[in-house]
Design a protein around this ligand. Structure first.
Ligand SMILES: CC(=O)SCCNC(=O)CCNC(=O)[C@H](O)C(C)(C)COP(=O)(O)OP(=O)(O)OC[C@H]1O[C@@H](n2cnc3c(N)ncnc32)[C@H](O)[C@@H]1OP(=O)(O)O
Length: 208
């Protein structure tokens, strides 16, 4: 089993640690740049200047925010672990999943789905057949992505949201918790409700 370092000691990192345990992976280091965070679950959190040691292992970024996860991925250019998944996740042999991505407990990724790098397929989420998710996408707990949906970089699909088949969702968009998306969503839009409607466009800058 690979030894893995977790970069970022957040709540999301705690779930990643559970996943690594579920697979029998050894965790070498948990790193955070905030020196005030000293402990996460049973692990002592290391800080600079131990960064070099952290980099010697395969890395999973333990940060839930898509934009910050991308900034870290671009900044540290580490050797990222191939995707990790909880032992209860169901992943089709024909699905393709990029490095650094995390598939959590009871999630499903079905036939010929393509999931990019550093994505989060959160607890109980469903990514249906032939869906295409670009890098840094987060499918929140219990959200469902139907067949042939395409979701561009950095977009978050909120808790329990549903996206019907063949929909295209742009980059750095947000779908609110519980939304039902039945129309394409443009880049940067925030969509809420059933049927999903655009309420605003995100003003946060796009990670480089
Ligand atoms: C493991 C984990 O914890 S993963 C975390 C997963 N988290 C989520 O899924 C959270 C998803 N986020 C949301 O649903 C948020 O409410 C967002 C992003 C859609 C909107 O958040 P904000 O930008 O802060 O908007 P704000 O709270 O000001 O709401 C704006 C309007 O939209 C409404 N609204 C906000 N969220 C929703 C929603 N999910 N469904 C319906 N209406 C909503 C508000 O009531 C408000 O309406 P009003 O203008 O008539 O008063």
């Amino acid at each position: 089993m690979e030894k893995i370092s977790v970069y970022g000691a957040s709540g999301h990192a705690k779930v990643i640690i559970d996943i690594l345990h579920s697979n029998g992976n050894a965790i070498s280091y948990v790193f955070d740049d905030n020196p005030a965070i000293e402990q996460i679950l049973d692990y002592e959190v290391v800080h600079q200047p131990t960064t070099d040691k952290v980099m010697q292992n395969f890395i999973i970024i333990g940060v839930g925010n898509n934009r910050i996860r991308k900034e870290i991925a671009v900044l540290i250019k580490g050797k990222y672990a191939s995707f990790i998944s909880h032992s209860s996740a169901i992943i089709s042999p024909s699905a393709k999943i990029g490095k650094g991505t995390v598939v959590m407990a009871n999630a499903s990724v079905n036939a010929e789905a393509v999931v990019g790098e550093h994505c989060i397929i959160n607890t109980g989420a469903v990514v249906e057949h032939e869906a295409i998710l670009k890098d840094f996408v987060h499918i929140s707990p219990n959200a469902s992505i139907a067949g042939n949906v395409q979701i561009d970089e950095g977009t978050q699909i909120g808790l329990g949201a549903s996206v019907i088949q063949n929909i295209n969702i742009g980059k750095w968009a947000t779908v609110g918790a519980g939304a039902v998306v039945i129309n394409d969503v443009p880049n940067y839009a925030t969509v809420v409700g059933n049927p999903g409607k655009i309420i605003k466009f995100n003003k946060i800058y796009e990670a480089k």
